[in-house]
Write a protein that binds this ligand. Sequence first.
Ligand SMILES: [Zn+2]
Length: 221
Amino acid sequence: MFIGHFAVAMAARRVAPRVSLGWLFAACQLPDLLWPVLLLMGLERARIEPGNTAFTPLAFDHYPWSHSLLMVVLWAVVLAALYAARHVRTSGAVVLGVLVVSHWVLDWITHRPDMPLLPMAGPKLGLGLWNSVAATLAIEYVLFAIGAWMYSASTRPRDRTGRWAWLALVAFLALMHAANAFAPPPPSMTAVAVAGLAIWLLVWWGEWADRHRVSDHRDGV
Ligand SMILES: [Zn+2]
């Protein structure tokens, strides 16, 4: 899943108006932020195999550290602790922890059975939404529209950057989702990993746009 993760982060702003969008994005995508780094380090492995599922040509052979349920829970605790250490009001840490775990749940729905429960052994799970391009596009776009609407409804721009940086981010993510579905297979796994590092830029983009917007209501964590 790609933009569905961002959708959950944007929706979460409603219950966590004091937690910046950069932190929310980092939480919802933490396993995918770590994955390209671990690929480049040779600690995780994936292959290009057109037709692996209808939606993606990637075969996720081995990603125990970024995507096993046990490790994802651990990463959730690490990110929540990091947030709590840097903020006076720590209740947002719980929302961030839940968001990290939501990544595994959404990936479990989309991937074929390649999502490990434990890093070393044990079963691999996945419901295989990616077997249908149409269903993947439809479900993720619906989730994304709801998330973007919820974020827009609970914040408003402080200035022009707050309006345009936000709208450009939404448009970019929506286009990337379509590109993921219809682009030809990537040339190499190194290219995939390097492109994957761009998610770090999306965290920065979310933070930047968010700093130019204000929350309409401050109730919540
Ligand atoms: Zn993932």
